[in-house]
Design a protein around this ligand. Sequence first.
Ligand SMILES: [Fe+2]
Ligand SMILES: [Fe+2]
Length: 127
Amino acid sequence: MPFILWRSSLSVGNDLIDSQHQKLIEIINQLFDGINKKDTQFKMEEIFKELLAYTKYHFNAEEEIMMRTGNPHLLSHKKAHQDLITKVNALKLNSIIGDEKLKMEVFKFLKNWLTEHIMNVDKNTFS
Ligand SMILES: [Fe+2]
Ligand SMILES: [Fe+2]
């Protein structure tokens, strides 16, 4: 079973945003699986880079829509995005790979952040 399971309650009612959230979840699941399967360092670094790049891409896409539609909550939403990017940037893949407890902490954090952000922030913004 994947670490994060997509469910219809996560839908924000916007196909583009939903598909980007699904892709993000897929990358997090791939990284989680890769670490558990002890994939090669190279493969894990690649997925980790993809996670960071796709997260930025998705946040930019959301912020662009908010800008275009003159959404009044752009600044606070952007701040939430930037906080996550800062945290993900600070993660050291090597320490996560070698430490089961830290790995679970990091992945639970990612899962909670993403699902809560989708349910409480994105849903209000894009539905
Ligand atoms: Fe967002
Ligand atoms: Fe989002």
